[in-house]
Each structure stands twice: as C-alpha cells, then as structure tokens.
Design a protein around this ligand. Sequence first.
Ligand SMILES: [Zn+2]
Length: 214
Amino acid sequence: MTHRHNLTLETARNQGLCHCLKCGVVLEDVLEADNCSRCRAALYSRKPRSLQKTWVYLITAILLFFPANLLPITYTNSLGQPTQVDTILSSILFLWHHGSYVVAAIIFLASIVTPFFKIAVLLYLLTHQSPRKAPVLQTKLYKFIHFVGRWSMIDVFVVALLGALVQGNFATITPGTGIFAFAAVVMLTMFATEHFDTRLLWDNYREHLCKKQK
Ligand SMILES: [Zn+2]
C-alpha cells in the first residue's frame, strides 16, 4: 500500500475511533454525540465550529494588539520626580539603554515578536485552506505556535515582578491599561490556537485525493 493510498483511506474517524481531547483516551465505536466513558467530556472527532471560533478570537486579538502596544503598561512614581509613563516598546528601550540587554531582548521576543508571529501564522492558516496541496507546512507552523504560546505571558510576569521588587523602596509601579490589553491578546491568541483543528485541513486534502482517484 503506497503512502498516498494510506492517506486517502485511513483516518481514526473512518475506523470509528475517537480521541477524547480532555483526558486523552482513545475510544472505539463511539458516536459524535457521545460522552467520554472515562471523564464524561463531550466527544467529537473534529473540533466543532473550529474555523468560526478561530476567526472570532483572532480578529479580537488583532484589534487589541494596537492598544496593547500603544497604551502605557506601567506608571512609575519615584520620589521627587514626575511620573514616568511606559509602553512595552519604551520599557524595552529603557532597559536596553541601561545595559540590561538580555532582559530587554527577552521582553522584546516575548511581547512583540511572539504575539505578532502567532497572529501572522493564524491568519496564514485561516486563509490557506486549499485542498490541492498537503497541509504539511500548515501543520508544522501550527505545532510551533502551539508550543510557543505558553511563553508569551512572560511580560506580564516581569511587570508584576518589577512592581513587587520596587514597591516600598524608592518608587511605586502601577500597571497601566496596556498590560491588560496585552494579557488579553495573549489569551485570545491562545484560544484561537486551541480552537483551530489541523485535521480539518487534512480532511479537505484527503477528500480532494479521493475525488481525483475516482
Ligand atoms: Zn475523556
């Protein structure tokens, strides 16, 4: 049996198998409407309304990406000095100019490059759904942003940590609206990633191959 032949015929769904996304068990002979026999979660072989949900979360994330980067993330009050207002970018530049190159680089990667890259990949996944090509690149990109997602919250932690360190010494740091918009962007891109289902791309491709063979 050739690889292509294999691909056109065999899926877990075709064989009546279903993988519970909550507890990971693989069940035999289940219907779409069933509940998992182990953890009682609803079972579905493909994530329901995957594309619509991914689009909604992604568009909201894109809209919030601007306030996240333009609005202040911190207000620093030092004794005898005017309040210093910082956005994500200005705090990165501040750290860089004061010689904290590594911290500046980490925050730049985590808070500007990563969310931007995740949004770009999700847009690519949603707009490149052609069934004529095997979605190999799409699957790899998806796995990558899924893996990378958990590190983006680092920025929120850094602000919380700085606030805790500085509080009570010489300055007080108060979080600005930008940090909430940023946290929302990170959460929304995580939700968008979670709701996307690469198996739907492979279903389309498989269907296309089946039609071609007939
Ligand atoms: Zn389960």
